[in-house]
Design a protein around this ligand. Structure first.
Ligand code: PLP
Length: 390
């Protein structure tokens, strides 16, 4: 490998020997293409004309009035596909095309990343296959149908009768990749995995923060006091934060899913509750037992119930550049309702965790403060879950 892929002590490559040549090939293609004019202009064109970038930065007047400071929403919910995941799928899909790969595979939990990948597979004309746990297939019928509608194939993953979720789907996708390395591109869904994935996913998502900076300068002629994003694997958060990391006067706040409570076993708060360990190819914080068994994570929002987190976040937490807080299911549900009713914007339950933080901590902000929330996705997919809370 040309670079170590370390963020402080986190990250790196903890992968079987057989995967190393593929990771090296990917690193090389990535380092070449991020400077390749043809790649850059193709990506720029698709981000604008296919995906709909730039997404608006919306001043949430009613919510601002209720909470007592200025709130802007970065509208990734308006991106084609309904979430920020399209930025990453598009970037990596185009990379697969430039590498001459004939087949794309991906893992998916809630189905959102599977759908984003299936969309891009259709767009670029590359056959796409999605690995999905049998339990998730049952829970996420709408996304299963979306994936099929885009012409992708679904591989149900079942480790024991009726058992199979996201981490099993990742393992199956990796096994498939090892067997078909020459023809196949593995399109990972968040800023996780072995190097170079955390780096390249971040680079395909950092456009979020770059746009926030430009748009806010135009509207307010200043930078925000704080940027807040929900954290699952950490791709929308790192995308929103990256542009501002060197400017220490800007507070960066990542919100994890506390699930049923930070002290309960049903939680997804990896930074707040996890410890150092290796999961899916890199060293980071993980939710694990004392003897290193990976725990099942839990959150009402399927996009946040991952027992790991991207290595760059573990590092940013350790050096205290980003503050990682959390919100429970209940707080996210209330935030979902408040934003929907005050602005007519139905947020994803994932994004609702970030909104829950400013509701809970409204007193921390002054009247003149400008706070940007990264609204990572739209909430149509969550209405079935929300039905029982209305
Ligand atoms: C997948 C998803 C997330 C969590 O993933 P990150 O990699 O942490 O961004 C958050 N919000 C939405 C809407 C999602 O679909």
């Amino acid at each position: 490998m040309k670079t170590s892929g370390k963020f402080g002590k986190y990250g790196g490559v903890f992968a079987p020997e057989t995967l190393i040549p593929a990771l090296e090939e990917l690193e090389e293609a990535y380092l070449y293409n991020i400077k390749n004019k043809k790649f850059i202009s193709e990506l720029k064109d698709l981000l604008a004309n296919y995906a709909g970038r730039p997404t608006p930065l919306y001043y949430a007047k009613n919510l601002s009035k209720t909470l007592g400071f200025k709130i802007y929403l970065k509208r990734e919910d308006l991106l084609h596909g309904g979430a920020h995941k399209t930025n990453n799928a598009l970037g990596q899909g185009l990379l697969a095309k430039h590498m001459g790969k004939k087949r794309i595979i991906a893992e998916t939990g809630a189905g959102q990343h599977g759908f984003a990948t299936a969309m891009i597979g259709a767009l670029l004309g590359i056959p796409t296959e999605i690995f999905m746990g049998v339990e998730d297939i049952k829970r996420q019928q709408m996304n299963v149908l979306r994936i099929k509608a885009c012409g992708a194939k679904i591989h149900p993953v079942e480790i024991r009768p009726g058992i199979g979720t996201l981490k099993d789907a990742v393992n199956e996708a990796l096994k498939d990749w090892i067997t078909n390395i020459d023809t196949t591109y593995y399109l990972i869904g968040s800023a996780v995995g072995p190097h170079p994935y955390p780096l390249l996913v971040r680079d395909f998502q950092k456009i979020i923060g770059q746009e926030i900076k430009k748009q806010l300068m135009k509207k307010e002629r200043k930078l925000p006091n704080a940027i807040i994003a929900c954290v699952g694997g950490g791709s929308n958060a790192i995308g929103a934060f990256h542009e501002f990391i060197n400017n220490k006067s800007i507070k960066l706040i990542g919100i994890e899913a506390a699930g049923k409570g930070i002290h309960s076993k049903e939680t997804g708060a990896t930074i707040n509750k996890g410890s150092n360990g290796i999961l899916h190819g890199s060293l980071s914080k993980v939710l694990q037992t004392k003897d290193g068994q990976i725990c099942e994570a839990y959150s009402i929002s399927a996009g946040l119930d991952y027992p790991g987190i991207g290595p760059e976040h573990s590092h940013l937490s350790e050096i205290k550049r980003v503050h990682y807080d959390y919100a429970t299911d209940k707080e996210a549900i209330n935030a979902f309702k408040l934003l929907s009713e005050s602005e007519g914007i139905i947020p994803a339950l994932e994004s609702s965790h970030a909104i829950a933080y400013i509701i809970k901590n409204a007193k921390q902000f002054k009247k003149s403060d400008i706070v940007v929330i990264n609204l990572s996705g739209r909430g149509d997919k969550d209405l079935e879950t929300m039905k029982e809370y209305y």
